[in-house]
Design a protein around this ligand. Sequence first.
Ligand SMILES: [Zn+2]
Length: 194
Amino acid sequence: MRVLKLDISGVPESWITLEHAVGYYATGSVAYTLGDAMSTLRGGHNHRGLRSTVDVHPIIAVNGVSAAGKLLSATPRLTRHNHKLFRRDRYTCGYCGGLFREHELEREHVIPTSRGGKDSWTNVVSACRSCNQVKAAKTPEEAGMPLLYVPYQPSRWEDMILQTRVDHILADQMDFLRANLPRSSRLAGSFGLV
Ligand SMILES: [Zn+2]
């Protein structure tokens, strides 16, 4: 399990390991925590030779200069691997609406890259192999294949959910992230898929 690290203003920065989180506790850098303790780890020995323990919480806000401006204006990375894209689209082909497994899906450029389409969140959808082949280097209009959903750029909070498997996110973390999702987000619904 990972700890969700927030900056001092409460904007999610990254998923970090338990050990990494303990480092912040040890240096007194944790400003506040959210959620019930997820794990108790052993720290160093104190001056009486007793070993301290650290209760690690699922969400920690770390002291320092707020990175909110930078974090919120950054475009979430559209990774070369398609995990995040397929999760955004709920493993649903944008053209036939079928539900597929990861290895059956491909990244499809709505406006083909050969015709100036960008490799960006708003120009890519998940498509099954056969739809991708039929559409080829045509626009949806030319191919007669209207899109079933609109591709969009995930928010910072949404991107944190997309970065990891849903079943690796603790309930307290998911509640926090989902509370900040726009109502239009496809991730605002149930999480049957991982
Ligand atoms: Zn399809």
